[in-house]
Ligand binder design. Structure first.
Ligand code: DGL
Length: 274
């Protein structure tokens, strides 16, 4: 167990969270990080709320045991199905001085603060969409916005396979987005960690009148603002930051695909069991 608490933990069901982590490294490069991918049990997107909650709790226990003082659940599905219960029940009991954040709130805030948006689409996994969390959060902040949701479950396995830019995958994305196009959306939220790897394809399909924001950039900016407001967490920039990766499955596979997703080398990586 590490005694250094000056660490930000990042959790995802697999590799997709690297689309968010990439922007943490750009905006907040001087921090220590640990990233955990539960690759052995990915995807979470079709699992029940109970199972997603149990898995997320295990991941959080692990990251806190490694010294994280703040954890970002960089997974939409786990943010949708487990975050609230973790914040309201698990943390007060077990980790009253540590914090866990998700990725949905920052995106909902960004959508609701943009005065130009009145019709917003969201795509995500089955679990994220059936939880209604995006709709609930956006409506709480701005009840005038109409939210259109759609689950697009075929995309995660194709992107994991490295097929994001293949014509077959583009066609599937197009089939999913065509009914949403008829809703005349002002913006489309990519509510799943994997989808930003198809950002340019989604932008092309949706056309110029529909904003498709870079979710990782928004989440990273929100973390930056949060750290400024929460000095009590004692997370401070360091001269030589460390980045440690953990996966519950094969290290070689994580490195191979992860380096492409992250756009940089992954050097310190270990396999763990949750
Ligand atoms: N990380 C998940 C999300 O953002 C996608 C992969 C999965 O289904 O576990 O929803």
């Amino acid at each position: 167990m590490s005694t250094n608490k000056n660490i930000i933990g990042i959790f995802d069901s697999g590799l997709g969270g690297l689309s968010v982590f990439k922007y943490f490294l750009k905006k907040l490069p001087q921090f220590n990080y640990i990233y955990l991918g539960d690759n052995a049990r990915v995807p979470y997107g079709g699992k029940s709320q109970e199972v997603i909650y149990e898995y997320t709790k295990e991941a959080i226990d692990f990251l806190f045991s490694q010294g994280a003082n703040l954890i970002i659940i960089a997974c939409n599905t786990a943010s949708a199905e487990a975050l609230k219960k973790i914040q309201q029940e698990y943390l007060p009991q077990k980790y009253p001085h540590q914090k866990v954040l998700g990725v949905i709130r920052p995106l909902a805030e960004a959508a609701s603060q943009n005065k130009k948006l009145t019709r917003v689409g969201v795509i995500g996994t089955k679990a994220t969409i059936s939880s209604n969390v995006y709709k609930t959060e956006i409506k709480k902040l701005n009840p005038q916005i109409k939210v259109f949701q759609l689950s697009t479950p075929l995309l995660v396995p194709l992107i994991e396979e490295g097929w994001a830019h293949k014509p077959e995958t583009k066609n599937i994305l197009k089939s999913y987005l065509t009914p949403l196009k008829t809703k005349h959306l002002d913006a489309l939220i990519l509510g799943c960690t994997h989808y930003p790897f198809m950002l340019s394809e989604a932008k092309k399909i949706m056309g110029r009148s529909c904003l498709v924001p870079n979710t990782g950039r928004i989440i990273a900016q929100s973390l930056k603002d949060y750290l400024k407001r929460h000095l009590e967490l004692e997370l401070t920039p360091v001269f030589k930051p460390t980045i440690n990766f953990y996966t519950t499955d094969d290290v070689k596979q994580f490195k191979k695909v992860g380096e492409k997703f992250l756009g940089q080398k992954i050097t310190k990586i270990k396999k763990i069991t949750l």
